[in-house]
Design a protein around this ligand. Sequence first.
Ligand code: GLC
Length: 576
Amino acid sequence: MSPHRHRYGTTGDSTTAERHPHMTEPITGGRAAADADWWRQAVVYQIYPRSFADANGDGIGDLPGITSRAGYLADLGVDAVWLSPFYPSALADGGYDVDDYRDVDPRLGSLDDFDVMIKALHDKGIKLIVDIVPNHSSNRHEWFRQALAAPKGSPERDRYVFRDGLGERGELPPADWTSMFGGPAWTPVGDGQWYLHLFAIEQPDFNWRNEEVRADFLTTLRFWSDRGVDGFRVDVAHALAKHLPDDLPSETELAAMDKATGTHLLWDRDEVHDIYADWRRVFDEYDPPRIAVAEAWVNPPWRRARYASAEGLGQAFNFDLLEADFDAGAFRRIITDNLEQAADSGSSTTWVFSNHDVIRHATRYGLPPNGDQPRRSGRAWLLSGGAEPALDAAAGLRRARAATLLMLALPGSAYLYQGEELGLGEVADIPAQDRQDPTFFRSPGVDVGRDGCRVPIPWTTGGDSFGFGDDGAHLPQPEWFGGLSVEAQEGDPASTLALYRDALALRRELQTTEALDWAPSGPEVLHVKRAGGWEAVANFGAGPAPLPEGEVLLASGPVEGGELPPETTVWLRTTA
Ligand code: GLC
């Protein structure tokens, strides 16, 4: 048996090329790659801009803040940044209520700042994906203001979804539908008409049968593509096409409708793909073609395929790991199914554990498993505002590190969320008066909302807002953030930051487009084999597992004595 060379947490002071002279050539996703397939194996880092870095000291993160951290992103080793909305917005829904699709929120900077930021990222070989929000605008968008000022039946109202109310004077809603954030989905405008908003009141839904709406989004896609943007993350991509009959069904009837047939009145209708075929023609005007990834929470999962097709958006989020417990069987099933699905649609899959909508995975994995209690409400998780489940933070972080290291060894692209490379957990105890998320306000006492994963990230161990900016942070940061700051972890080879840096550097060398093989393993262990002798072994169990032969390249926790400890993943190199 060959000795296991243990390389848990290097300091990163030598280049990985020096450390691993015999590794395979990078095949895709490398920084230098200018090819049309750069996204297939890319590591994409999501920035929620108001909470990343605040350059002008107003408590809100901004574009110059991102520019100032381009070096950090390059050192981390990501291939691309996905930027959540940075457009002018009243922030009724964290910027997903867009006032103007072709401008920058003055609190975040200007179009000039955008150009400087994209150049700084590109200079470091990092691509930029921006969020596009086509299902709804904000109620402050010029078109919605015009719609309110115009009469019933006008072309201005036709850009949105207006309906006459019921009752003698239209004083009753056209239907009893509930919005995604709680509360009614129809709001009256005072003249007997009501407008539809699947999300917050401030987010009126567009009418995608309207030609002006369709044309205007093509203009927006070209606007950002011309500025050098490499791709788009498409918000609520499955909701754009709607069919509202004269007699609207009730909420109960709507909920009972089959979502698998492409004929549901609101979600995942087949004709939504006509819209994306138009978008694809725009993407393909560019060289390399602009890319897109759909946020489409569709079911059954095979319905993702059309969003991910080459005639459509090209890639679609698979949120299956994000919804799963830390469980070997669940992970194995999800990995197998998604790799198959992606191959069927000619796309690559997307792995994601955390984003701005869900509880951070370092916390999620420290909570009791999903099945034990109903912790979910909508798409946010309950941490308080009712019975608060007991949290084992150390176990959560240990499992998060193990899960992430396994995920980074899989084919496909990996979407990371700012702060997860620090092992940040959810901030559960944000006082009610500081909360911002509409889900909190629209579902009193039921759903604490998503602010807990959107708290500005800590750069330094102390100081004002832990180095986020010079004048506080727009959501309160807890004391424990200092110990997880970049400064606290810098130079610590056992830190989560070092683990991410090492993993991304190694992945850049080792990742190929080749499929994976499963090696035989016990029920609590997943053993993945990749081309070139790269293997990942994850022990999900509570006891140690045998450590297969090979050189240990990286481990999510301490590995000693030839055993794989509980809740730990290692990367191995074997002679193929
Ligand atoms: C998406 C976004 C979420 C937003 C919603 C409405 O799900 O990820 O943050 O609230 O769309 O735009």
